[in-house]
Design a protein. Sequence first.
Length: 175
Amino acid sequence: MKTFHDLAKNRRSIRKYLEKSVEREKIEQILQTALMSPASKRTNGWEFVVVEDKEMLKKMSECRPFGSKLVEGAPLAIVVVADSEKSDVWYEDASIAATFIQLQAEDLGLGSCWVQVHNREKNEQQTAEDYIKGLLNIPQNLCVLNIVAIGYKDEERKPYDEEKLQYEKIHWEKF
């Protein structure tokens, strides 16, 4: 049986995916897990846009000049958005939900990669967030945090080497 430690150790950013659709049951389980993610004062300001359409994934992959091209090769993407008026910590709540999505995908044998949208530019005239909002008809009152690309892995990444973890970053009692 996998432990949470195993899951964290083996979850790596995957940027290449097999041309194989993710089964509906797995997508639903990922979304259920996202809906169970913690939120400040249980405001649940996050929402999720599920995209499987290849043409839309291609358009979404153009949201940034670098770092978003991998979305085109993914069979599935989940866009994490949140209502900044519901909570002053919407960014944190949405980040936790996105992390739950990634960990659940890994647990189901899928790879994933976080593509940052918030505070990123598509070009000098448009933000990545406004571009994604326009593509997906996302209401203006919602903030787009990221895109989580998901699919069956077409690359192998080694698990974290526990001997190389930065233990010097851990401080006991005082900094």
